[in-house]
Design a protein around this ligand. Structure first.
Ligand SMILES: [Mg+2]
Length: 415
């Protein structure tokens, strides 16, 4: 702690892990280091790129790009299937590191969050040293690198963390005119809410960089862009953003869905997919200390007709079996497949409650207790050895079967 430095009146940090999914793959499989890695659906299927390592980005590959295109741009890429459970586990660990320093945490995704460090400075010292310490502890405890932006508000902090990635630490000084000076040379697309279209309109007005917007006559901007847009852009260009860090509320649902490379026609395969989803959702409920009182099933047919069906439980649960059985029953009894294949399946646990506040049953059911103990043992094994360490017999059978041609017997048609 350096007591000589002043505390910030408002200190917001934006932390963003570098090439997160790819970084986790390198962390767990060090032989991948230095190679162009693409995490995502393999080319030839309907997949997209989730994360490309920096080596792969040199070939023009980026996230959300169709895998087939990425495969053409970078034929030598090493492809990895996403291991969401592992990424989520590290994400939780990183959130635990944040929580050592502040309870004002707004997660934006698995690898990105805003932290309000204003109040934490009294305990841990000025914001710069505190934000650096968080970055250091993430590296020390997980082996992962975060880029960090520190500023007086969210907008500036987010721009700052992205400016010199990877392994960046950028603090925007908080004095009069500092934010404006920091922003002035940056391109217009850095302004929050400015997409390619707006960018074009601004450039047509002769505006090239953010500083041009800040210096433009407010009346002129208003006449050309409308009052609301002009005010929004002007505030941002001056570095003004009053949004608070919003501490995450409990999620409304925990779900998992998948669009299949080929439409499913075999009910046995559909059930195995549902079981795998139920296992994943239940594990996440247990991790987050949540119970669910209901489950929804989502089914999208080949022609994109989409059904959502809901069921509720008498006793809130965090186990896979009740989720699976309810979803499978709804699929059999409440969805008319109309002779079509299934393009997408998904389940979501709903009506969530915290474990502690849920009323515990007066007569706990022995089977449920044993089920929960077994599930917790499996969670621990998966944490140590990965998702595939423990796989139910039914799932394993399915993996071998699905490598064959899709089963298309008449009995599987319709509902
Ligand atoms: Mg990131």
């Amino acid at each position: 702690m350096n007591a000589a430095l002043p505390l910030w009146p408002r200190a917001i940090a934006h932390l963003d892990l570098d090439q997160f999914y790819a970084a986790v793959e390198i962390l767990d499989f060090p032989e991948l280091k230095g190679k162009p890695i693409i995490v995502g659906g393999m080319p030839g299927k309907r997949g997209v790129v989730s994360t490309a390592s920096y080596e792969a980005r040199k070939f023009g590959v980026h996230s959300a790009m169709p895998s087939s295109q990425a495969g053409r741009l970078c034929p030598q890429a090493v492809w990895r299937k996403p291991r969401m459970t592992r990424y989520a586990e590290l994400s939780r660990q990183i959130r635990g590191i944040f929580a050592r320093f502040t309870d004002q945490i707004e997660p934006l995704s698995l690898d990105e969050a805003f932290l309000d460090l204003t109040g934490s400075q009294r305990l841990f010292g000025p914001a710069e040293s505190l934000a650096k310490r968080i970055k250091d502890e993430i590296l020390r405890d997980t082996g992962l690198v975060a880029s960090v932006g520190l500023a007086e508000n969210k907008f500036l902090a987010k721009i700052a963390s992205d400016l010199r990635k990877p392994d960046a630490f950028v603090a925007v000084p908080n004095g009069p005119g500092e934010a404006e000076r920091f922003l002035a040379p940056l391109p217009l697309r850095r302004l929050w809410g400015v997409g390619p279209k707006t960018c074009e309109r601004l450039e047509a007005l002769g505006l090239r960089v953010i500083g041009d917007v800040a210096r433009a006559d407010p009346g002129y901007l208003e006449r050309r862009l409308g009052e609301a847009a002009a005010e929004h852009l002007r505030n941002l260009a001056l570095g003004r953003d009053l949004r608070e860090v919003e501490v995450a509320a409990r999620p409304k649902s925990v779900g998992r869905e998948n669009t299949f490379a080929e439409d499913l026609r075999d009910r046995g395969t559909m059930r195995r997919e549902l079981l795998a989803f139920a296992e994943d959702v239940a594990q996440r409920l247990r991790h987050q200390q949540l119970l669910c009182g209901g489950v929804t099933l989502k089914v999208r047919l080949g022609d994109f007709t989409t059904f959502t069906r809901a069921a509720s439980f008498e006793e809130p649960t965090d186990l896979a079996d009740p989720l699976f059985h309810a979803a499978a029953r709804m699929l059999d009894e409440k969805v008319d497949l109309r002779g079509q294949g299934v393009r997408l399946l998904g389940i979501a646990a709903t009506r969530l409650s915290g474990k502690k506040e849920a009323a515990t049953s007066l007569f706990p059911d022995e089977k449920a207790i044993r089920g929960r103990r077994a599930a917790q043992a499996i969670d621990r094994l998966r944490e140590r050895f990965g998702d595939d360490a423990v796989t139910r017999g039914r799932l394993l059978e399915g993996r071998e079967e699905t490598t064959g041609t899709p089963d298309d017997k008449p009995k599987d048609r319709g509902a």
